[in-house]
Design a binder for this molecule. Structure first.
Ligand code: NAP
Length: 159
């Protein structure tokens, strides 16, 4: 299983339920990287999508502990159930947020990490893969600058 995340310099990923700095280059990278994949997402992050709607043209697996239904998504009640569902897809990607990354990271062997070189205040964080000996950065896939903010898309692999 793979994951995709955008992190700030302190590995913060969001505040107040949203991303304080979001780059259009990263949104494009996200769209292209997740195209055709099953995406695994927490209920709170789904609520932050435009209109609270699932991502188009992808199977959206939404984790919640509640007994709810949401149009056009596959509801899932545990990380273990998400792992089983992921086995039915050619490619499955964990797309957040914080609690889902934390619980699904042990099942992932590949991470697409956009490093956004800014430090807005975050209340949600991703584990620092640079400080984790089980992970290594294998490749910088893209880099650039947008509105004065430098970014790079890095590919991390589990060792
Ligand atoms: N920078 C990035 O790349 C990126 C990407 C995605 C999100 N984010 C940010 O991450 C933040 C949201 O993260 P978050 O941690 O607050 O929320 P989240 O992970 O998106 O969703 C949390 C919800 O998922 C459900 N859930 C969690 N663990 C579960 C389990 N074991 N079994 C079943 N359901 C489970 C629960 O839903 P119920 O409450 O319905 O039970 C829980 O409230 C936002 O700031 C967002 O902008 C950043």
């Amino acid at each position: 299983m793979e994951l995709i995340v955008a992190v700030y310099d302190d590995w913060g990923i969001g505040a107040d339920g949203t991303q304080p700095i979001a780059l259009s280059a990263d949104r494009k990278f996200f769209r292209e990287t997740t195209r055709g994949a099953m995406v695994i997402v927490g209920r709170k992050t789904l609520a932050d999508f435009p209109g609270g709607r699932p991502l188009p043209n992808r199977v959206n697996v939404v984790l919640t502990r509640q007994d709810i239904t949401i149009d056009d998504v596959v509801i899932c009640h545990s990380p273990e159930e998400a792992v089983e569902l992921a086995k039915t897809a050619q490619r499955a990607m964990v797309i957040g947020g914080g609690s889902i990354y934390e619980q699904m990271l042990p099942y992932c062997d590949t991470a697409y990490v956009t490093k956004v070189h800014a430090r807005p205040e975050s209340d949600t964080f991703f584990p620092n893969l640079d400080a984790d000996p089980r992970w290594e950065m294998s490749q910088v896939l893209q880099s650039g600058e947008e509105n004065g903010v430098v970014y790079e898309m890095c590919l991390y692999k589990r060792i």
